[in-house]
Design a protein around this ligand. Sequence first.
Ligand code: TRP
Length: 457
Amino acid sequence: MTPIEQDRGSWGSKAGFIIAAAGSAIGLGNIWRFPYVAGQNGGAAFVLIYIIFVVLIGLPVMITELAIGRHTKKNPWGAFELLFPKSVWRFVGGLGIFTGIGILSFYAVIAGFTLGYFFKIIKGDFSSIASGDQAAAIFTAFTANPYLAISLLVAFILITGLIVAGGVSAGIERWSKILMPILFVLLIVLAIRSITLEGASKGLEFYLKPDISKINPGVLARALGQALFSLSLGMGAMITYGSYISRKDNLVTSAASVVFFDTIIAILAGLVMFPALFAMGLDPAGGAGLVFVVLPSIFAKMPGGILFGAGIFLLLAVAALTSTISLLEVPVSYFVDEKKWPRKKAVIWMSVAAFVMGLPSAVSLGASDGLSKLPLVGFGFLDLMNAIFGNYSLSIGSLLIAVFAGYKWGAKVVIAEIQKEGVAFQLKHVWTFLIRFVCPVAIAIIFVYIIVTGNYF
Ligand code: TRP
């Protein structure tokens, strides 16, 4: 069968695609990862670099991935294979597929935590806390229970698998439409509460007033990784999603909308976290547990805190779900397209793989557990997975995708794909310059820098 004959389904509408792609992009990356990584990497200076990378690297790479996907109507491996059969470029897709499972493995652990927190808040576990330290102690106790963490991981992967098994537009579109706008409104309310806490201004300054001297190779590498992670780029998720878009849709404006919404949510999450964090005397560089400590501390200081708290963690779980769906969809579409597996079989095996890979991450945040530190690196396993798959693999993937589009497949072909059915691409020269020069050179320089300075994690 040629790609066109194959019935892979497509999005219900252009809005359907934007909602689904935004659903993939918006997730724990915005609300869990962005604030804690920004907190560890100099606050406002990081935010500034992050935004520059989103515009100069994220947006052009997203346009490129969507164009590859729509042109080939394939999973990442199949897309490169179709364009250049048996060439090494297939392995860019292969890396992406593996990375999808790698990210899913630790992402589902944190997603499981958000579910767990939903129930904890309803139970009233946070209604009497008076300080950030108390919230931190509750988080530590929560993660110290490996059975709970593993059960939540299983639950989250199961829910993801059930939806992915149901097929694309039926499963994904329905979920995102109503719930993401509610998440947005809740975040605005929380940001207002956070900013009006006593002592919040120090946090605003940390978050919004860049101190350029804090920029170093590590900050650049992590801002790049965070931009790609947050936008779901560098592993072919957007190639896969692009494969379901119609020729009539404008890839550039679609990509721009997704990038815009994703960035707004991340910035907003920072406005929720940093003022409250400083108001409560917590450490901005506290690491992966940050949201689980700061958010409950805010709810404790709000009328109707339990309601808000439960609402936000439930919506966070839903936002995470629309992202885990896209992570699982990539390897699944590979086995369905290339290996002709039935969809259910692919879902089951990829879910099992993510679960097994996720086990060490699930127990790694528990301070009292022997597995919490890898002996080799003295470093949490989840943090390690997060750095390898969530930063480096996506950066390498994006570099290769940019080189592929700019030099191998050719900028002209990509532009022709974008301009199908008379769609105008006004910024085509800017895009060409960014994809051929800025993206590969910037990413390569950051890698050389990181290697030379040894600032890996
Ligand atoms: N972007 C999502 C988030 O911010 C996570 C995610 C989903 C992702 N699919 C991806 C990251 C593909 C990288 C690649 O939470």
